[in-house]
Design a protein. Structure first.
Length: 78
C-alpha cells in the first residue's frame, strides 16, 4: 500500500464523515483525526517492532519518552 493509497482512504473517510453529519458543523476535527489515526498507527508499529519501544520510536521518528506518553494516553500500555 502506498502513501497515496492511505491518503485516498483518509480522504474518502472524511467525505463520508461530512456526509454523515448532514449539515451539522464538526468540532475539534484536528484532535479527532489525530486520535483516530494515531492509535492504530501505534498499535501496528508496536506489533511490528515486537513491542520494542526504542525501535518503534525510531521508526516513528519520535523520542522514546514521547512514544511512551502516547502509548499511555491511548491506554496501549499501563
Amino acid at each position: 500500500m502506498s502513501k497515496k493509497h492511505i491518503e485516498e482512504v483518509v480522504r474518502a473517510s472524511l467525505e463520508t464523515y461530512f456526509r454523515d453529519l448532514k449539515g451539522t458543523e464538526p468540532d475539534n476535527m484536528h484532535d479527532m483525526m489525530v486520535r483516530v489515526v494515531e492509535k492504530p498507527l501505534l498499535e501496528v508499529v508496536m506489533q511490528q517492532a515486537d513491542h520494542n519501544q526504542s525501535r518503534a520510536a525510531e521508526w516513528l521518528g519520535l523520542n522514546r519518552n514521547t512514544l511512551r506518553k502516547k502509548l499511555l494516553d491511548h491506554k496501549l500500555i499501563k
